[in-house]
Design a protein around this ligand. Structure first.
Ligand code: ZN
Length: 324
């Protein structure tokens, strides 16, 4: 299957960070014809400039997949791409202060519109090269941020499908408080950022609202919940694949609560990118017994309307520590 009029089909995992997007990315990447490429919203800085690890374990510039993609898209090796210049354009097109212009096209100046079109053309070439090198029909990008989805939606050569992954706001807020190492940076010991519960609750509201608000700009839009994904990944993956490919391209039958993961060439994302082999899928609900009551109440209060919209209970009984 290819997109309409030979377009590159991109399936974008959108939502708020710490929602299980890497798990969803890896599950989709195991489906025939789908290739998981990780988070590309910041690819120039993280991959081309900082040379962080690819999911295959090699550094980005040494990875054969990304070398082939770069040669096809830009006619040169990864180290020769004008990454600093492209990174500057990326900031001018999709930096946080550009969100209003991407969200509401009527706010765009002619100069901004031109820059956006030129940058989208670069992405066109890059995603088409990924499709060709991987010999796949659907590129799965787990960047999550809404504004990058909107940039991809502007690319003339891309047919953009969005799966909106939602997770309980209290679970994401709890996750943002935990200290986690970043294995993709090998030059020094680096930890993932930590956020206050107020900040993560506020961002959870904003990210989910923004992604949903422009759903008509996407070729298809599917909402799934992390909690449903880990309970029955087969049904949720089937739902997404049906939305992208139609009823004739359904996932194969499940074989229990685990999945056999192959090597992936994911440019960026969380440590789950590096998992290979038989992997058990289980719910991470540590927040239900370990999150301080005050933090739970703050996050519940700040996100109550959207929690209700996504069918989460506002009152959750504090689980005992033996609950997984
Ligand atoms: Zn690789």
């Amino acid at each position: 299957m290819t997109g309409a009029a030979g377009k590159t089909t991109v399936l974008y995992i959108g939502g708020y960070s710490r929602s299980g997007s890497t798990l969803l990315l890896r599950l989709l990447g195991e489906h025939r014809g789908f290739v998981a490429v990780g988070e590309l919203f910041d690819v120039w800085e993280r991959s081309y400039i900082q040379n962080q690890l690819c999911g295959c374990g090699k550094s980005f510039r040494d990875c054969d997949f990304w070398t082939d993609v770069t040669v096809e898209a830009f006619g040169c090796k990864p180290g020769e791409v004008p990454a600093a210049e492209l990174n500057q354009t990326r900031a001018e097109v999709q930096g946080h202060n550009r969100i209003p212009m991407l969200w509401r096209p009527e706010l765009r100046s002619p100069g901004y519109q031109r820059k956006l079109r030129d940058y989208a053309a670069v992405l066109d070439r890059m995603y088409a090269a990924m499709r060709n090198v991987a010999d796949s029909t659907v590129i799965v990008d787990s960047s999550k941020v809404p504004q990058y989805a909107w940039v991809l939606a502007e690319a003339e050569g891309i047919e953009l499908h969005v799966v909106h992954l939602v997770r309980d706001s209290r679970a994401t807020a709890f996750s943002w408080q935990r200290q986690r190492l970043r294995p993709e940076i090998t030059s020094r010991r680096t930890y993932m950022d930590k956020h206050s519960v107020v900040r993560s609750a506020t961002e959870w509201n904003i990210f989910n609202y923004l992604l949903h608000s422009r759903r008509k700009a996407y070729a298809s839009y599917t909402v799934i919940r992390y909690e449903d994904l880990v309970t029955d990944h087969h049904s949720e993956i089937k739902k997404i694949i049906s939305a992208v490919c139609g009823e004739n391209h359904l996932a194969e039958e499940p074989d229990g609560g685990s999945v056999n993961l192959g090597t992936s060439h994911t440019a960026s994302g969380n440590p789950g990118r590096f998992l290979v082999g038989e992997t058990k899928i289980s719910v991470d609900a540590e927040w239900m017994h370990a999150m301080p009551t005050a933090s739970r109440l703050i996050v519940t209060g700040l996100t109550a309307p959207s929690l209700a919209r996504y069918h989460y209970p506002l009152l959750v009984r504090r689980a005992r520590s033996e609950v997984p």
